[in-house]
Design a protein around this ligand. Structure first.
Ligand SMILES: [Mn+2]
Length: 422
């Protein structure tokens, strides 16, 4: 299999539908302003890679720096100057940099108006320089303003100053909560995007498995995985790939893969490619040994973690919550660790004692962000997508790991989007 997501993107109808869904939640006469943001400066004229603000991207599909999306809900009674018969009372404007051949010689091609329209479905695409004047007009109207308060960009900060100056600041509506609610429930096309990201991730892992040998370095594994994901069109991953061997497996977000992994040790891999902006999140634990087999302790821990994952899958269904899944899987982990003698049989409170070994959450929402936005204690519903990653770390044994798969909540339960490790 060779999945290629280089040119894969969601259709503009998806973004148009999301804008309509958001505006349905807002009162008439509201202007929402969202910003793509700019890449943070690393040093002097060097910037970090640019990834758009996720809420802006969710509503536009646009990945070009400094773009602005303005959504105006006039209301159904608004006649305006729109002559379209299908006019819903909603208006969308997208502001982007104009094409500039001289600048593009340095920093690459920019989107044309037609391209931006094709991606986003916004038919009113304007040049960024007209945003100021348009904003001035909107500020003079009696419309209320709304924005995404989770956006920390300087663009939103500038807007804040403008709103303060025009005495509009106190009445601004925060739409980040609405966007969180929308983003938590994935559409069929979003599930497909996550699935493609998973395919890229799994194919990279498949290539890797033929190349692991005792004495391999963490960085070589990292390089193989990165290369296989990039070859398949995932240039920016959902997060920095984690490759940890031996005792380094005890560190959850082990940052710098450099160590050699010896015969008889485990390697922990936690990675996720991106497709159409959506992230996968998969963790695997492989035995590094001449025959590729786990020793008895490694096997025992692997089986216990799979048991926890089974408990999690049985608990993930509409109506369940993150706390419930955590609680149930912790019980399975506690019982198993007692069985293995890691928690002594004399221990009065195994559910407390297990926290030393089973200390991170079992699952998190997955989507445009790898730890996707959520209202934490909200009941699960069909369309939620989770990364499920029970992990047990035993310092006394010198290793630990997690096994992570991606799961879709269905009408009656849940199902794997990835292919669990055997
Ligand atoms: Mn995860």
């Amino acid at each position: 299999m060779f999945t290629d997501v280089t040119f894969y993107q969601l259709p503009s109808s998806e973004f148009s539908a999301r804008r309509e869904e958001l505006l349905a939640k807002l009162p008439d006469n509201t202007v929402s302003v969202l910003f793509a943001g700019v890449a943070p400066v690393a040093s002097l004229d060097e910037s970090y890679p640019f990834l758009p603000n996720r809420n802006f991207f969710y509503l536009s599909g646009i990945e070009q720096e400094d773009s602005v999306l303005v959504l105006i809900k006039h209301g159904a009674s608004y006649a305006g100057d729109s002559d379209s018969e299908e006019f819903t009372g909603n208006e969308a404007r997208l502001y982007i940099y104009p094409r500039e051949p001289e600048k593009e010689k340095w920093t690459g091609r920019r989107l044309s108006v037609e391209e931006a329209e094709a991606i986003s479905g916004v038919t009113d695409v304007r040049v960024l320089s007209s945003f100021e004047k348009d904003l001035e007009e909107l500020l003079e109207s009696d419309y209320n303003f709304a924005w995404d308060e989770s956006d920390m960009s300087h663009q939103r900060h500038n807007l804040e100053q403008r709103l303060e100056k025009s005495d509009r600041f106190d009445a601004v509506t925060d739409i980040s909560g609405f966007l969180t609610m929308l983003r938590m429930v994935k559409s069929p096309l979003e599930v497909e995007a996550v699935t493609r990201a998973i395919q890229v991730t799994e194919e990279a892992l498949e290539v890797l498995q033929t190349k692991i040998y005792p004495g391999i370095s963490e960085r070589e594994i990292y390089a193989i995985l990165e290369s296989e994901m990039i070859r398949r069109g995932s240039f920016f991953q959902g997060f920095k790939t984690i490759v940890a061997g031996g005792e380094n497996t005890l560190c959850l977000h082990y940052p710098t893969p450099v160590a050699i992994i010896h015969e008889g040790e485990m390697v922990q891999i936690d990675m996720g490619a991106r497709a159409a902006g959506y992230s996968a999140d998969i963790s695997r634990a492989y035995a590094v040994s001449a025959d590729g087999k786990r020793n008895s302790r490694q096997q025992a821990l692997f089986e216990l973690i799979c048991e926890c994952k089974k408990t999690a899958l049985e608990t993930i269904r509409p109506g369940s919550t993150i706390s419930k899944v955590n609680e149930e899987t912790r019980k399975t982990a506690a019982a198993g660790l007692r069985e293995l003698g890691v928690i002594p049989r004399s221990e009065a409170d195994p559910l407390e004692a297990v926290k030393k070994y089973y200390w991170h959450n079992t699952l998190h929402h997955l989507g445009l962000d790898v730890h996707d936005v959520c209202e934490r204690e909200k009941d699960f519903e069909a369309g939620n997508v989770f990364a499920v990653e029970p992990g047990i770390y035993i310092p006394e044994w010198g290793f630990g790991f997690r096994v992570e798969d991606d799961v879709l909540v269905t009408e009656n339960g849940s199902r794997y989007l990835s292919h669990p490790q055997k």
